[in-house]
Design a protein around this ligand. Structure first.
Ligand SMILES: [Zn+2]
Length: 127
């Protein structure tokens, strides 16, 4: 194998392929001495991303979760590839919404309860 042309390595990071979908991810060191696999070239506004999933890049080449609340209106952040991966289920991004979905799933299972009105097959005609 010949030497691959590589960009200068940042703290041993790189761009490994996602084992699920095969796309490239940005492997970046975190301030907590760990690694995180970030989506390439994606910098949404921080306030559009759930709070524990906002990664910012302070000077020094490492990333950290942006915990400022409320976030600066113009602060951009990065997100983990797993949130954007087409081949992985979306994790519970909003904990209260995840528990609401769990409750609704249980309610949906009890849908046959005779006390509840039957499901309408079609929306009533609004005329
Ligand atoms: Zn993927």
């Amino acid at each position: 194998m010949g030497a691959l042309e590589e960009k200068p390595r940042r703290l041993g990071g790189g761009q490994p392929r996602c084992p699920y979908c095969g796309l490239l991810q940005d492997r970046v060191a975190t301030l907590e001495q760990n690694w995180v696999l970030l989506e390439l070239d994606m910098r949404p506004l921080a306030h559009t991303v759930p709070v524990e999933h906002r990664w910012i890049e302070p000077p020094g080449g490492r990333v950290t979760v942006y915990g400022v609340c409320p976030p600066d209106q113009f602060q951009r952040c990065r997100i983990e590839h797993r949130l954007a991966c087409p081949a992985q289920p979306l994790p519970g991004l909003w904990p209260w919404l995840t528990s609401l979905r769990g409750e609704n799933a249980r309610q949906a299972e009890r849908r046959d309860d005779p006390k509840l009105p039957p499901l309408a097959e079609e929306w009533p005609d609004a005329g």
